[in-house]
Design a protein around this ligand. Sequence first.
Ligand code: ATP
Ligand code: MG
Length: 595
Amino acid sequence: MGMSEKKNPSPSKFETLEVSNFLRQIIDADLASGKHANRLDQAGKPLPSVITRFPPEPNGYLHIGHAKSICLNFGLARDYGHAPNGARCNMRFDDTNPSKEETEYVDSIIDAVRWLGFDWVENGVEHQHYASDYFDQLYAFAEKLIEAGKAYIDSQSADEIHKNRGTFTQLGANSPFRNRSPEENLNLFRDMKAGKYPDGAHVLRLKIDMAHPNIVMRDPVIYRIRHAHHHRTGDKWCIYPLYDFTHCISDALENITHSICTLEFENNRPLYDWVLEALKDVGVFKGPLPKQYEFARLNLTYAITSKRKLLQLVEEKRVDGWDDPRLPTIVGIRRRGFTPESLRLFCERIGVSKADSWIDMSVLEQALRDDLDARAERAFAVLKPLKLIIDNFDPTVEEPCSAPKHPHHEDWGRREFTLTKELWIEADDFMIEPIKGFFRLYPPKDGQPGSRVRLRHGFVIECTGYDADANGEVIAVHANYFADSKSGTPESNNYKVKGNLHWVSAKNAIKAEIRIYDRLFTDPHPDSGDKNFLDAINPNSKQVLTAYLEPSLGNVKAEQRFQFERHGYFVADRVDHTSAKPVFNMCVGLKDTWK
Ligand code: ATP
Ligand code: MG
């Protein structure tokens, strides 16, 4: 980490707030009853009494919604370290779908979770798992269910299966193949595995109840034929297990205690339990079995978190790649300048509940401000430069000035810069005709002198005039300075001014590219109802400026963050920034001014 950010003291103060929630209450009750206290793994070693997992499907980049799930699952493991035999969270790739998954995504997911500050090492053992590691077991368990008469091969077409499943108002109809004998099913299943059939010829279904009120329970398909290459198992398999079968079994094999997922899986919970109970009945698992608990997913205003829509934005080049700083992907948020601490703080603040709700983007932005305010060094940056000429200043003089790196941490030291005859100031800090309440620079008028302002950490100046080009554009402002007004000297108190401007010396300022980002959408709910989210894209969400920075920023490393005084928080771009060609991104403004 760069020296511009101090690790301490502030972020930790937020992270100790362990707000209770319904999941903690469940875990507390399980700890009190000792439900998972005396479990041993296959090697006879005691198992932690809390084991959660984060189970992404490696088919896209993670986004802010996943950050909520990561902070929840890994956060519980961190906070329940005191439980008997500790706690842990497994990293599990849910990679059962052969055509969509790619190693690139696996790597990016690992990076994102690590960057958020979590790991999956317990006593030197890495708990990084892949559902595909369980393909042999999943297959063997499926055979056991077939033998027990709890699963059958259906040879209806996909359309027929769909039609015969029924609807909310209409019961399903039994398949004509439902009563095949276990022997026949077993032979067919083995032939499916051996590659004797084309895709879609048969499926394996659980034999539950086609009249079940919950459609999920109407003989769900658990295996299908897919002659497809898998990113880890290659061409070993041509049949692949489906999510509902795989997930609960993966949980049980990993001794998960609390399997936490989003609310859309609520209807799948009875199936989760059914599969594990059935496998318990046939002697595969013994209790206590893992239990599924659902929480409300994160919905963030002005953002979309659908993987499909994010992909569309990237593929149609409406943004500059997966890590575009306007995207809510974790790589995008990181490039924007968010810290892992600010994301964890955000996740703590939004909490976990069972009720769906929307979180306003401003909550995310405020978490970053609260994190960076305490630990980002301050600096001067002039984003829209206008020349200021101090006519009574000796052109050969470079007056040394200095300012604290952080107003509340004198111990962090000071930044040094010089004041010279020609400076850059913000174009917005000058007005020919000042509006009411404008206390910055304006020229003399009607016998009244021009305004007086302080150049922060420098001198008080008085505006004497300005130069304009043929179009009336102001190209330079003129002023005189008061030699006895320097900040930090006793005489400086004789000057009372209302304006206080930042500035940089034109002689030694650093030229930099600054990227100012605004929200990607103009609509807080860009994809609700039948809206097309592309219609709500904010055409002004990215602005590129050429700015001038104070010379102390000459050696900044990528990802160092600063508060540019009076502007907001900025980060040296992770990808494009170099000392030779500085590039900074605006992370967030100083105040919530978004309307
Ligand atoms: P897909 O539609 O491809 O399944 P997904 O967003 O569910 O997309 P997964 O990779 O399956 O992606 O998600 C991994 C975990 O993150 C799951 O446990 C999922 O419930 C959780 N998750 C996904 N989106 C959110 C969200 N918006 N808020 C909270 N958790 C989420
Ligand atoms: Mg999912």
